[in-house]
Design a binder for this molecule. Structure first.
Ligand code: FAD
Length: 321
């Protein structure tokens, strides 16, 4: 079996760019399918990332350096991946918004099914994935010749990156690269949220605020506690809908899935849709003035009280990490 992992790049400027942590974890998942794992690396500045990947458990890197894929539009990348996929039995990527846009299109073009949000791999054709906002776990068997899979990165470790043979780099053939030129979509602009804080999906500590914060001004308490703990900021959908913070920060079924070492929920009731996004956190701490709030059912440590009294006290007493 041969597996093609689709790279996603993160970081600012050419020098700051690197393979996303989700892609690195997708490589680990791919290794559980096969020892024969290749990577598609795309973009106008992808060549310098190749150096970072020496030592990775990869056979070869398909390098697609083309202005047509500069912004990673699904309509440009999907035909290229579909053409490359004929030599593979599985196409794998992390469960990011990028992959959620791209891989269903690839699956449709290959006329195969799509298996998303895989949390464990049982065999070459059998995968475990959550359903109903994590309330049920399904075992899915795919009979397709090419499996198209996204993986929940929290469920897979980072790959070991030493002791491997050097990676071979092959440029994508010109006739295949030409498929990236499309007239279905074009890039207009993007707005990137700049933050000094760790990225929410990969952070070891996440401090999330809910409707209990009452206003955007008071939501700064969440940010202050996150900064004290060198953590990322998250939010419930109610907090996002109320305009306390942008929807990039939403945790839950329709937001980001997080699995930090420590998750602190402030003024969040614990609706199942929120729990679906954070229940894999190792330690959950909840502060809520309602002792019967469902968040306490999943919390390892709970503090019943007014967050406007308790959180400033915590910020005062905690050392800067
Ligand atoms: P509330 O439920 O209003 O809870 C506020 C909590 O703050 C209460 O428990 C209250 O006791 C406490 N509180 C108030 N004041 C204080 C104080 N001073 N000190 C301490 N505690 C205080 N939600 C998500 O979060 N993420 C999702 O991805 C998501 N997806 C959804 C998808 C669908 C299809 C649907 C239908 C809903 C979804 N929701 C999602 C919404 C979800 O059902 C809840 O409405 C939402 O999570 C509630 O947010 P909350 O806990 O902040 O607000």
């Amino acid at each position: 079996m041969a597996v093609l992992v689709i790279a996603e790049i993160q970081g600012d400027g050419v020098a700051g760019q690197r393979l996303s942590e989700q892609t690195c974890r997708a490589v680990t998942a791919a290794q559980q399918l096969s020892d024969n794992v290749d990577l598609l690396l795309w973009g106008t500045s992808s060549a310098h990332i190749v150096d970072q990947l020496q030592g990775y458990p990869l056979g070869q890197i398909h390098l697609l350096e083309s202005a047509a894929v500069e912004h990673g539009l699904a309509e440009s990348l999907a035909p290229v991946i579909t053409a490359l996929a004929v030599d593979y039995q599985a196409v794998v990527a992390g469960s990011s918004t990028f992959a959620k846009d791209l891989l269903p299109r690839v699956a449709a073009m290959l006329d195969v099914g799509m298996t998303s949000d895989v949390i464990a791999i049982e065999s070459e054709d059998t995968f475990i994935r959550p359903m109903y906002a994590g309330n049920a776990i399904a075992k899915v068997r795919s009979h397709d010749a090419i499996k198209v899979i996204t993986i929940r990165s929290a469920a897979f470790a980072l790959p070991l990156t030493n002791g491997c043979d050097p990676v071979t780099v092959v440029r994508v053939r010109e006739d295949i690269a030409a498929l990236a030129v499309n007239d279905l979509s074009s890039f207009v602009s993007e707005q990137i949220t700049e933050s000094e804080r760790p990225e929410l999906s990969a952070a070891k500590v996440v401090v999330s605020g809910g409707r209990g914060l009452q206003s955007a001004e008071q939501f700064h308490l969440v940010e202050q506690l996150a900064d004290k703990l060198n953590g990322a900021v998250g939010a419930s959908r109610a907090a996002v809908d109320a305009g306390f913070i942008g929807n990039d920060f939403q945790v839950g079924q329709t937001g980001k899935i997080v699995a930090p070492d420590l998750y602190i929920a402030l003024g969040i009731s614990g609706a199942i849709q929120h729990i679906a996004g954070m229940k894999d956190a190792k330690v959950v701490v909840a502060i809520n003035k309602d002792a019967d709030a469902p968040i306490f059912d999943v919390a390892d440590y709970g503090l019943v009280g007014d967050l406007f009294d308790l959180v400033p006290e915590m910020i005062k007493r905690l050392p800067q990490s």
